[in-house]
Design a protein around this ligand. Structure first.
Ligand SMILES: [Zn+2]
Length: 187
């Protein structure tokens, strides 16, 4: 018998009223520990990258120790530079929970999130990041997001990707229109 009761049951508000509901795993196992969830992310990184076609990164999103989603690096196979394990896991968790907010969830990453993923974690309102390898470990393996971290600390004009600002008045008119719209969806 399936315990995963279908889409209606996966809404976060209903899930909050039913703390025993298992969101993703479809069973009633005890909540997993942080170490177990982190190990799951590491195992994903190892397994999915074994044939060399994917980067060695894995991520798991959990709420109350129960897995909501898992992701692994799909940059090359998906032809998507943003398909880092964390981003893939965030997209899957949001689809599964049918919300853009992962408040109340934690993310477990085989490696310290890069600036892009960390920003996405903030946007998703994830509460905590647990990680195994550090950014320095990733750099030693050839994944140098330390370079990006350094770039972000520089003033705009000194970064290797040039940023040129223009047409501010035209751009701001869109904000004014949006702010005046009573139907705007806040997030
Ligand atoms: Zn990343």
């Amino acid at each position: 018998m399936s315990v995963f009761c279908g889409p209606r049951e996966t809404k976060p508000r209903q899930a909050a009223r039913r703390p025993g509901l298992i969101l993703a795993t479809g069973n009633r196992q005890a909540p997993m520990t942080d170490a177990d969830l982190l190990r799951m992310a590491i195992r994903l990184a190892e397994r999915k990258s074994r044939d060399g076609s994917r980067g060695p990164f894995g991520a798991v999103i959990a709420r109350g120790g129960r897995v909501v989603s898992a992701g692994w690096n799909r940059v090359v196979e998906g032809r998507d530079p943003s398909a880092h394990a964390e981003i893939v896991a965030i997209r899957r968790a949001c689809r599964r929970l049918r919300t853009h907010s992962l408040a109340g969830c934690d993310i477990y990453c085989s490696c310290e999130p890069c600036p892009m993923c960390l920003a996405a974690i903030y946007w998703a309102r994830i509460g905590a990041v647990h990680f195994a390898c550090t950014a320095a470990d990733a750099a030693a393996a050839g994944f140098d997001d330390v370079r990006i971290r350094r770039q972000l600390r520089m003033p705009r004009g000194r970064r290797s990707v040039r940023a040129m600002q223009a047409l501010r008045r035209e751009g701001r008119a869109v904000f004014a229109q949006w702010r005046a719209n009573p139907r705007r969806a806040m997030y």
